[in-house]
Design a protein around this ligand. Sequence first.
Ligand code: HEM
Ligand SMILES: [Ca+2]
Ligand SMILES: [Ca+2]
Length: 298
Amino acid sequence: QLSTNFYSKSCPKVFDAVKSVVQSAVNKEKRMGASLLRLHFHDCFVNGCDGSLLLDDTSSFTGEKTARPNNNSVRGFEVVDKIKSQVEKTCPGVVSCADILAIAARDSVQILGGPSWNVQLGRRDSKTASLAAANSGVIPPPTSTLSQLKTRFQAVGLNERDLVALSGAHTIGKARCTSFRARIYNETNIDASFAKARQSQCPSTVGSGDNNLAPLDVQTPDTFDTAYFKNLINQKGLLHSDQILYNNGGSTDSLVKTYSGSANTFNSDFAKAMIKMGDNKPLTGSNGEIRLNCRRPN
Ligand code: HEM
Ligand SMILES: [Ca+2]
Ligand SMILES: [Ca+2]
């Protein structure tokens, strides 16, 4: 039901408006591109791409921001607010927050050196959000096995190829010590000097240094490239869920090799998979609403 020309009459300037805010946010801090990309993922995996993640808690529901995968982790809400207020100035009441996340994700990837694609549009915003849904495991934890990752992606219409391509998003951005502690101290499929370097900033004791950050891609944390896949081949994946994609004999090993050697294949598969992910259960027609403020229902 979505289409690339959804706003061509009602808000043709939406693309310029989003892009300019994303550009200045990334100019200020490269990591923000990663953070914006992740927001679209965490929105789409919980009850579809409906902007639910953006809602603050209200008296009638507790939202998703404090859910396990999100708490002290997802960021970029102020940038989304800035985009929304720019877009509202240009075309009041027309563009959904869910669509803004999809466009901002695309722009972020492109600005950091990755592919671009035509974003499918026409999503509407949810009037509510669910802490329980966000905590239910639909967003897989970094401790997941490969088969758990596949199941979670399959549940939203994404296959194994999409899983590997989309995991390539970890070519940018950062993770907290608490997300990779178990891997760097306990696992064997990890490069020894890499583990040592990470351990120096992430103490083994649970609760100490939990929020210390490390780049997901040890080589080029601010560039959207294929270094992530080269890291996996060198056993330098930061998360358990990263390294599991290249595990000597695993079903995804050959895809990792393909992407590590071909930016064109990776870029094209990543773009396709992003469009598929963005197609998950959108609200359309008269369902949902166009929120005026992304943080609360109208
Ligand atoms: C395959 C399953 C996935 C798992 C288990 C996973 C897990 C994680 C974890 C644990 C972090 C670090 C969070 C923290 O420590 O605060 C992270 C960061 C990130 N993830 Fe994923 N992720 C997955 C897939 C994806 C997908 C599909 C995307 C986007 C298309 C994505 C984009 C990102 C980005 C860009 C960051 C860095 C964010 C920042 O620096 O603000 N991830 N992910
Ligand atoms: Ca959602
Ligand atoms: Ca990179």
